[in-house]
Design a protein around this ligand. Structure first.
Ligand SMILES: Nc1ncnc2c1ncn2[C@@H]1O[C@H](COP(=O)(O)OP(=O)(O)OP(=O)(O)O)[C@@H](O)[C@H]1O
Length: 245
């Protein structure tokens, strides 16, 4: 679905992406993992056309991502930024409806679609009338997810979709998201800091380090057959409760 060919991107002196080569399979879930600053969000922004390579190419569904065709290509992609990225002055429902209104959906069609998605993501209906500041963290994430799903895109790009949630809600949302990904059969690319979450949600893990791909494979492959010591360090860095007792 996506291909990055020798993608380089620097911000001033900081090299965010260093000749990245990456293929993302269609209809599967891929998790980008890696230390802070490794370039995960930068990759996601390239995929959605919010940022462009200094050199190299990003291809989407067999064609280069192009500024001239971006609107058309963007309609096939749902994107959720960190913290949901909701507009604070709009109610949850208005946030969700924004894109659909722009592309000319009727109020009735919008309401029907929101109802379906609220049920699917288990968002209480009364939450739709509230402003983002009046929602819990878990509800905000659900609203962000509904907004990304609104136009039924082929592709979902999720930047830390479950960041900053308490462990019980996070556990619950992980289960719901996994069911949703299987049910919807979309191409999903998500960023997470949590290795266990990545392994639970994704078919493929892409481990980044300092703007490059350290290793790509299943969680089992990265765990059992690491390409370098860094992979093992990262995969085993999270402390389990058993280790701490
Ligand atoms: N707009 C920007 N201006 C300057 N530097 C940037 C910008 N965006 C990213 N960077 C830098 O590029 C590098 C990669 O950033 P990126 O956000 O992609 O990392 P990340 O792996 O997503 O990190 P995190 O896990 O902390 O979100 C970092 O060093 C970051 O400081």
């Amino acid at each position: 679905m996506f291909e990055l060919r020798q993608v380089c991107r620097s911000y001033g002196r900081v090299v965010a992406l260093d000749a990245v080569e990456l293929c993302i399979a269609s209809g599967r879930t891929t998790a980008l993992i890696g230390p802070s600053g490794a370039g995960k969000s930068s990759v996601l922004r390239m995929l959605v056309g919010l940022d462009w390579p200094d050199s190299g190419e990003v291809r989407f569904d067999g064609e280069p991502l192009q500024r001239e065709r971006l609107l058309q290509q963007r309609r096939r992609i749902g994107y959720m930024i960190q913290e949901g990225g909701l507009f604070p002055h709009l109610s949850a429902a208005a946030n969700i409806a924004l894109l659909a209104r722009t592309v000319g959906w009727s109020a009735e069609r919008i309401a029907q679609r929101i109802e379906v998605l609220a049920a699917m993501t288990r968002l209480p209906v009364d939450a739709l009338r509230r402003y983002p500041a009046e929602l819990s963290g878990g509800q905000r994430q659900r609203v962000g997810l509904i907004r990304a799903l609104m136009l039924d895109p082929q592709v979902l790009l999720l930047d830390e979709p479950l960041g900053a949630l308490d462990p019980i809600i996070r556990h619950e949302l992980q289960e719901q998201m996994r069911e949703l990904f299987v049910e919807l059969r979309k191409t999903v690319v998500l960023v997470t800091h949590d290795v266990a979450e990545a392994a639970y949600l994704a078919d493929t893990l892409v481990l980044m380090r300092a703007g490059s791909i350290a290793q790509q494979g299943t969680a089992r492959e990265l765990h059992d057959a690491p390409d370098e010591p860094f992979v093992t360090r990262f995969m085993t860095a999270q402390r389990s409760l058993e280790q701490s007792l």
